[in-house]
Design a protein around this ligand. Sequence first.
Ligand code: ZN
Length: 265
Amino acid sequence: MKIFISADIEGTTGITVWTECEKGKPDYEEFQKQMTAEVVAACEGAMEGGAREIIIKDAHDTARNIIVSKLPENVKLIREWSGHPFQMVQGLDESFDAAIFTGYHSRAGSDTNPLAHTFTDSVMYIKVNGRFASEFLINSYSAAYVGVPVVMVTGDKGICEEAKGVNPGILTVPVSEGEGTSNISIHPNLAVKKIKETAKKAVSGDLSKCKIELPGKSEVEILYKDNRLAYKTSFYPGARLEGTHTIKFESNDYFDVLRLLSFMK
Ligand SMILES: [Zn+2]
């Protein structure tokens, strides 16, 4: 069994402020270690559940967060960004049996994680077919594009609840809950235990019950915080400006949506 893991940091246990997500900042190291521990737990659980091949995409910011030497020997890690529109799930293709997302977080415009955003901090929200879009949703559709089910997500309670709404078969490990600028989390070691147990269960279950349908037509709406960025994105082929801050875009091919999202700021 071949498993893909996309690992973010803003849904790592305990993480609360931006300096804890930024490489080079003194606050970062503790959460870099925890992010790594959670990815290792997902790998170990997946291997106990039958995974023989695991590819991990480090999917946060520099994409150089995971401490490579801590990973099990038989996994591969994708660091940095190739520029492929799959972005956080770069490397995912039809050859995988299932995908796992770790350290994921609530979407832009939500109040369930103090670090809530969708890809960039410059938007109030992104909607796809009228649904508020998280990175989980966008990346789940990317997985669906290549026919791969997402069987597990770990992160804040908000994203875990959203994930269940998108993909009722998915297993989740909620590790924290945002309230205003604060964050209430479980113990990091307990999170690691739960992630390992859940990953084992997720990959050994019926993977097909986590398959979701890709929308035939995608209508994207992006509300920018800054009208100047909306103006700039309006020149992307097929994009149009509505009012001063909103971009609209439609396509019958979901890959076009990913192209737009990879070029927008
Ligand atoms: Zn991130």
